[in-house]
Design a protein around this ligand. Structure first.
Ligand code: AHR
Ligand code: AHR
Length: 511
């Protein structure tokens, strides 16, 4: 155990620099209480603290997560830039250069060492994979870091956790997740679950669920909702369905989702925008009336990304989360939310916009004479061109803004991450360009990688498809394809091909 947690090779190369940064970081960190400092000071200490993006204690300076790379099976830890600071994502980038990595462990920063490991098979689902390590690039605290993006059959577990509530003990938990990468399959959860990875009955779970699975009809709106997975149900109230028809869900790119439960006769759910504002209580009241929930019968295992029995059809995003011993106060929850907001998740990228350098945010403008006010934007999950101007809505501007990333299949090419759908990239499928969550597959990586070259009409830039190098990003009837010059489909038409495949790389509509 101890050896695994010692400083990794990754940190070794930059030790001298890290030591310098450390002092500045410690001074800064001392002034700021991070989530587990806040809960600890309120008498509800963290018994689990997981994040791929940052420290959750101002004094923490250990590893955040472990990578395993495909090329040679080697593993390495990713740590922090400074104590109490942000993930050293550059170390990941260098370790995974020329290959791909998955996250094999998400370390527990709490003294309990409740590390999360890739979840084995359970009663309701086969063994899981770790998440692709580079699928969810985001900004936090002004630093480029990675969240954890779950496709189906991905999940983590600590089967027998130390200090986590059992048999009706009180606990609280929150996670920072996303409202843009969700589905209606069971069960994107973070929290307390069964040791046996099987459904052992009502009240044997106490986990935050976030997704669009409406377990107890009716549900208001489309979701995604914060729900309590208390086993055999995703509860929005003691009755099951929400008692608040105005709560139609929270589809913000970054969401704080919170659950607390005294284990006896009270539970509450809250959510909020993780980028601004406070938390809203969605339910606070008695435990469900059905047998088994009062008192609760938690088993103290920790799950992330699946149901308690490893139902693993769900998708989701995870940036950070903690579990506490004891029922947190509302004041502590509010202070934690304020700290999350202060992180500035997804904030402006640190690289100036309008260039193809990774980290830069851009908009791509058509150069064909018909269409020079049109930009590539996503709409209903597809890529089209739309007229965007300074008077356009914030939604249109966000939809037409893309963060340049190193090419997912080749780092000397580029990929384009959606500005308002973190972890979603432009990829082609049947030669159409779509906005989709990165699933880690080789096919996705290739379909989402484009290699810039001089614009074919002498203006701007043309983008060759990585896996169909004679096809370039092209608009045709205001839809975006990868098109060859004179190929079999109508969108391969030679007329205006050179213009249609040439794009001006502009400053972003939504920086
Ligand atoms: O309670 C909802 C789900 O039901 C649990 O996560 C799972 O264990 C069971 O299938
Ligand atoms: O995409 C808009 C226009 O549609 C293209 O310029 C042309 O090729 C097609 O007619």
């Amino acid at each position: 155990m101890f050896a695994r947690r010692t400083a990794s090779l990754l940190a070794g190369g930059t030790l001298a620099l890290a030591a310098t940064v450390l002092n500045a970081g410690q001074a800064a960190a001392a002034a700021t209480s991070l989530p587990c400092d806040i809960y600890g000071a309120a008498g509800t200490a963290c018994v689990a603290a997981h994040s791929t993006t940052r420290a959750l204690y101002s004094s923490y300076n250990g590893p955040l997560y472990q990578l395993k790379r495909a090329s040679d099976g080697a593993v390495a830890n990713v740590g922090l830039l400074a104590a109490g600071g942000y993930a050293n994502a550059a170390a990941q980038d260098s370790f995974c250069t020329g290959t791909t990595c998955v996250i094999t462990v998400i370390y527990d920063q709490s003294p309990r060492h409740n590390d999360l490991f890739v979840e084995p098979a359970g009663a309701a689902g086969p063994a899981n994979s770790g998440v692709p390590a580079d699928a969810l690039p985001v900004t936090a605290g002004g630093h480029a870091v990675y969240g954890a993006s779950f496709s189906g059959r991905m999940g983590y577990r600590h089967t027998s956790a130390a200090g986590v509530a059992v048999n009706g003990q009180a606990e609280g938990m929150y996670m920072v997740t996303s409202g843009t990468h969700v589905n209606n399959r069971c069960c994107f959860d973070y929290g307390n679950a069964e040791v046996s990875i099987a459904d052992t009955g009502n009240g044997h779970m106490d986990a935050i669920n976030f997704g669009t699975e409406c377990w107890f009809s009716p549900c208001a709106g489309q979701g995604p909702w914060v729900q309590a997975d208390l086993e055999n149900g995703l509860f929005q109230s003691d009755a099951g369905p929400s008692k608040n028809s105005a709560y139609t869900g929270n589809a913000a790119p970054f969401v704080t989702a919170l659950l607390k439960n005294n284990g006896q006769n009270f539970f509450a759910t809250k959510d909020g925008n993780a980028q601004s504002g406070g938390l809203a209580t969605r339910y606070a009241g008695p435990e469900p009336a059905q047998p088994g929930y009062s008192p609760m019968q938690q088993e103290g295992s920790i799950v992330l990304g699946t149901g308690g029995d490893n139902s693993n059809g769900s998708i989701g995003s995870f940036f950070e989360g903690v579990m506490t011993s004891g029922l947190p106060t509302d004041a502590a929850d509010n202070a934690v939310q304020a700290n999350v907001v202060s992180v500035g998740y997804g904030g402006p990228s640190p690289v100036a916009g309008g260039t193809l350098n990774p980290g830069s945010t851009i908009s791509l403008r058509a150069t064909t004479a018909c269409c020079t006010t049109r930009y590539i934007r996503h709409q209903f999950d597809d890529a089209v061109t739309s007229v965007v101007s300074s008077g356009s809505s914030a939604l249109d501007k966000n939809d037409a803004s893309w963060i340049v990333r190193r090419g997912l299949a080749n780092p000397s090419c580029v990929s384009f991450e959606s500005r308002n759908y973190p972890g979603d990239f432009l990829r082609h499928y049947n030669y159409r360009l779509l906005r989709r969550p990165m699933d880690g597959s080789a096919a996705f990586r290739a379909d989402a990688t484009f290699c810039p070259q001089a614009g074919k009409n002498g203006q701007g830039t043309s983008f060759a498809s990585f896996n169909y190098p004679d096809r370039f990003l092209r608009h045709y009837d205001n839809t975006v394809y990868i098109a060859s010059n004179g190929g079999p489909d109508t969108f391969d038409a030679t007329a205006s091909w050179a213009d249609d495949v040439s794009w001006a790389v502009n400053a972003p509509w939504a920086p």
